[in-house]
Design a protein around this ligand. Sequence first.
Ligand code: NAP
Length: 259
Amino acid sequence: MDLGIRGRRALVCASSKGLGRGCAEALAAAGVDLVMNARGADALAAAASAIRDAHGVAVTEVAADITSETGRGAVLDAAGGVDILVTNAGGPPPGLWSDWERADFIRALDANMLTPIALMKALLPGMMARGWGRVVNITSQSVKAPIAQLGLSNTARAGLTGYVAGTSRQVAPQGVTINNLLPGIHATDRAVSLDAAAARAEGISTQQAAARRSAAIPARRYGTVEEFGATCAFLCSTHAGYIVGQNILLDGGAMNSTL
Ligand code: NAP
């Protein structure tokens, strides 16, 4: 399917690996020029070069921490007036409700709520003035079904979800859509490190830990970054112009609910 976005420009944050990389790759395959970002310069350069070679699009790389004001400034300078914004960053650490102090919440809110809000605030006016834009925020299944040990993530991402619910309705008249993508378990470095931690804690192999987690998912497997990226690219396409303020769960059926 032609996504109708060839020649558009996108900023994809936190995109040298994992879900962000999947989104960058799928947008590039649709002919979109990219600004890619991650903290580690080497992995970012390798990802950008692979995407340029595979898809022939222009790719600008900005090695910076997207959750810091300085890093965000550098990324926004390179992004200029992009048509598409995909927000993403690493998730907060796990723990127990009684461990978290105010400073822990502020860090999580900064990274996973206030950073995407700042990026939207900077880029939405240009999209609205041009009469077309797409924003996709990578959040988590934990917005719909809490993951108890990820309380900092549950909290920050719920705040972002509330912001998007209202803001998406305010910018839709100008042809700009904002939606959230909610990953369940996907086969990325993060999933491998969570499996390795479970394996260490329980004296089993990483493969056994992964098999146990897969068995609890109706699809009986982890999602792939390609599936995730393709869904992101569709939300950024011309065909998705009537999808506004939605929270789209990609979890292989893991969350058991009727609606
Ligand atoms: P990943 O495979 O570890 O990749 C993370 C990417 O983000 C890397 O390119 C990393 O590069 C970059 N990054 C991390 N922190 C950054 C920062 N502060 N500034 C700029 N770039 C940054 O992770 P993932 O699995 O794709 O997860 C992406 C997001 O989805 C996370 O917020 C995660 O909590 C959420 N999520 C993932 C899953 C899953 O199963 N994978 C499920 C639910 C939610 P550098 O380290 O070099 O910066």
